[in-house]
Design a protein around this ligand. Structure first.
Ligand code: ZN
Ligand code: ZN
Length: 365
């Protein structure tokens, strides 16, 4: 017996979403039904809608949510009705080589759920896909229990939802993937949700110098609130790599491209220390786009690597929630707008123009 739920549906490429009442299937074995409390809007949602990421249409976007469990599928014993959870993008099936290796966060189920044909949503009998099998821009959704992160009920959902993707990607890139060392120097391209959290992670790691680079001068204040010691608008600079070299002597120890652009990915590499610099691709580069490098920039020992969800597992997401609740970092400057589900297209527009840092959809109780 299915229930009804209101949801934001993207019916076609680059079309505004429509708020529609959908049928929602009961949770299958291993699944739970969630009543969403809040969901942040992330660039990946936009990229699925504008074709930068492969995505089947129509679909319910949203993957940065906090919800309350309202029904349990067969065999779900780790969770109880009434608990608050983050449905995390990267599940833990517990069986695949990645899960059993203990070294990575790349459970094969993550790939299986990416652009999946399975979905609990339907409209007049036609399946409506759920982004990443999450689809958090719906008042209710059904997700797999193996991706759930239990969080305290007193955690403010309109802030902690951002930890489901953007904040975890940023903090994890600095703390888990790069392992930024105390006293080091760091450069970050892009002071959006992920970039700010990367800056925050570098601050938490004890970096001495954190250089934020963004073409929007209005981002300087929040970049500094997040921990940046310097802010550069690259349009003011003739050669950003040379400029960073002049600022730091031998280049930064770590550089992150949180924008997701091939030219910036190359510049992050070139602005790091030639011997031990670590350059990291964090932002999503459009599928099929290549990045080039001069091998001479690798000989001395630079590391060029990437970060998917900051290398974070479910336990790391919970750790980042606890750090937030303990006051280790703030999300007040990250959550710039709170909107209702009906206002979701405004959130998309503000993301495109850069007016918002993070827009959060807050669901009525
Ligand atoms: Zn995301
Ligand atoms: Zn697995």
């Amino acid at each position: 017996m299915s229930v009804k739920t209101r949801a934001a549906v993207a019916f076609g490429l680059n079309e505004p979403m429509q708020i529609v009442e959908l049928d929602l299937a009961d949770p299958a074995p291993g699944q739970v039904m969630l009543r969403m409390l809040a969901s942040g809007l992330c660039h990946s949602d936009l990229h699925a809608m504008d074709g930068k990421l492969a995505q089947r249409f129509p679909f319910v976007p949203g993957h940065e949510g906090v919800g309350e469990i309202i029904a349990l599928g067969q065999g779900v014993t780790d969770f109880a009705i009434g608990e608050h959870v983050i449905p995390y993008l990267i599940p833990e099936c517990g069986k695949c080589t990645f899960c059993t290796s203990g070294r990575t966060n790349l459970c094969v189920e993550y790939r299986a759920r990416r652009n999946s044909a399975r979905s609990p949503f339907s409209l007049d009998g036609e399946t409506i896909a759920a982004f990443m099998e999450l689809g958090t821009f719906a008042e209710k959704t059904v997700v797999w229990a193996d991706c759930l992160v239990r969080i305290p009920k007193n955690a403010p959902a309109d802030h902690t939802c951002c930890i489901a993707c953007g904040v975890t990607t940023g903090l994890g890139s600095a703390l888990i993937r790069a392992k930024v060392s105390p006293g080091s120097s760091v450069a970050v391209f892009g002071a959006g949700g992920v970039g700010l959290s990367t800056i925050e992670g570098a601050r938490l790691a004890g970096a001495a110098r954190i250089i934020a680079i963004d073409t929007n001068p209005a981002k300087e204040v929040i970049a500094r609130q997040s921990g940046a010691t310097d802010f550069i608008d690259p349009r003011d600079i003739h050669n950003i790599v040379q400029h960073i070299m002049e600022m730091t002597g031998l280049g930064v120890d770590y550089a992150f491209d949180c924008v997701g652009h091939p030219a910036l990915a190359r510049q992050t590499l070139e602005m790091t220390n030639a011997a031990w610099g670590v350059a990291m691709c964090v932002g999503v580069v459009a599928e099929g786009v290549e990045v080039s490098v001069l091998p001479t920039n690798l000989y001395a020992g630079r590391t060029w690597t990437g970060s998917l969800m900051g290398g974070a597992k479910r336990a790391d997401v919970r750790r980042f929630v606890d750090m937030y609740l303990a006051g280790d970092y703030s999300l007040d400057h990250v959550v710039s707008h709170r909107l209702t589900l009906d206002e979701i297209n405004r959130a998309i527009e503000m993301m495109k123009t850069g007016e918002s840092v993070r827009s959060v959809i807050v669901y009525e109780g």
